[in-house]
Design a protein around this ligand. Structure first.
Ligand code: SF4
Length: 361
């Protein structure tokens, strides 16, 4: 399979053109066709000589992803399913402007992007972990989701969250290369401040990302304020317990001036006690972090339940009383399997690529 043109950095493209004996100004033209005009084929790059288009086509395919399916409509959360060159699938979710996002009204379009096929981290609430880990996405497959979502929707993506399938920090090199394509002036040119990387808590990589010069945002999938509660939900907590995670977040705060976000899925009888709320409140206040509370979304094959609305509000109120900025997220996409990994899981199961086993507790 030829490499995707969308995986080439401007520098790599310049090098390729030089080696192909082509003038350097062609790089600007090609980048404009790919990333700004978002053409569907190399043949559509009409100001390139036919011979160069032929050379390009002999060396590259244009896109890394083939769009196969959309769920939802322009007014609602849309979920795009993409087929990869090896027959696997990934999905991206586009949350439209204006409906409430994270409990606040938003006038921005947010895209939730996948970073791996499957995931090795096995968080107990998550469909992506059900069939295990297959492989990392490469930079063209990560950045390509943004390009494809803009092509398919005809809209500009304003915010990006790396919260789809996979643990982005377990694929850090490719993630950073994709971020260069997403933020680069000659490529997608989205501001780094509009990018949020969400992690289950990979401590060494949090420290590494803290040293990265761009002002990327960080969200932590916390879901428990003590080791005892968190490790029922997040197996990674056995490797990097809460105290080590919070030390890494202190390091993050020392390096960045972006407010941290703590994600907390409320699961009935598991992590929704008011005692957990009080401990979470103390940590969040010290870290100057905001907290997103997300009532549990039912996942086929898992038997946890969502707490009552009264319980969710009581948990939020404890945080607010502790002086923490906390939102109870009004969920989007509940009706279209928006929990990460669910659409891909269905597709790959139907095609017999995987046969997911029920999660073990
Ligand atoms: S929540 Fe993220 S890190 Fe955890 S299993 Fe799902 S995809 Fe992996």
């Amino acid at each position: 399979m030829l490499p995707a043109l969308t995986g080439l950095s401007p520098d790599s493209l310049a090098t390729w053109l030089k080696e192909a004996g082509e003038p350097s100004f062609r790089a600007t033209q090609i980048l404009e066709w790919v990333w700004k005009k978002k053409v569907p084929s190399i043949d559509a790059m009409s100001n390139l000589p036919a011979a160069l288009r032929e050379k390009l086509s002999a060396s590259f395919r244009l896109a890394a992803l083939e769009h196969t399916h959309t769920q939802g409509s322009a007014d609602t959360t849309r979920k795009f399913l993409f087929k990869l060159h090896d027959g696997r699938y990934v999905e991206s979710v586009l949350i439209p402007a204006n409906p409430a996002l994270y409990g606040e009204t938003s006038d921005r379009r947010t895209l939730c992007v996948s970073s791996q096929v499957g995931c090795a981290y096995g968080c107990k609430f998550c469909a992506s972990g059900l069939a295990g880990f297959t492989r990392n996405l490469d930079p063209s497959e990560i950045a390509g989701q943004v390009l494809a979502a803009e092509q398919l929707s005809g809209e500009r993506v304003d915010n990006l969250v790396f919260m789809g399938m996979g643990e982005p920090l377990a694929n850090l090199d490719h993630l950073l290369a994709a971020i260069q394509l997403i933020t680069g002036e000659k490529t997608l040119h989205l501001g780094a401040r509009h990018l949020t990387v969400s992690t289950s808590g990979l401590v060494p990589q949090i420290r590494q990302l803290a040293e990265h010069p761009q002002q990327i945002r960080l969200a932590i999938s916390l879901h428990g304020a003590t080791d005892e509660v968190r490790q029922q939900i997040m197996p990674i907590n056995r490797k990097w317990p809460v105290a080590e995670l919070f030390e890494a977040l202190d390091f993050w705060n020392a390096k960045k001036n972006q407010k941290l976000t703590l994600e907390y899925i409320l699961i009935d009888g598991v992590n929704d006690s008011l005692e957990q709320a009080a401990i979470l409140g103390r940590h969040a206040r010290r870290l100057h972090a905001k907290v997103n509370l997300i009532p549990y979304n039912t996942v086929e094959g898992l038997d946890w339940k969502r707490p009552s609305d009264t319980r969710c509000r009581a948990f939020r109120d404890v945080l607010k009383q502790a002086g923490v900025s906390a939102t109870l997220r009004l969920e989007k996409g509940h009706d279209i399997d928006a929990a990460c990994g669910q659409l891909r899981l269905k597709q790959e199961t139907e095609e017999g690529i995987i046969s997911p086993a029920p999660a073990k507790r």
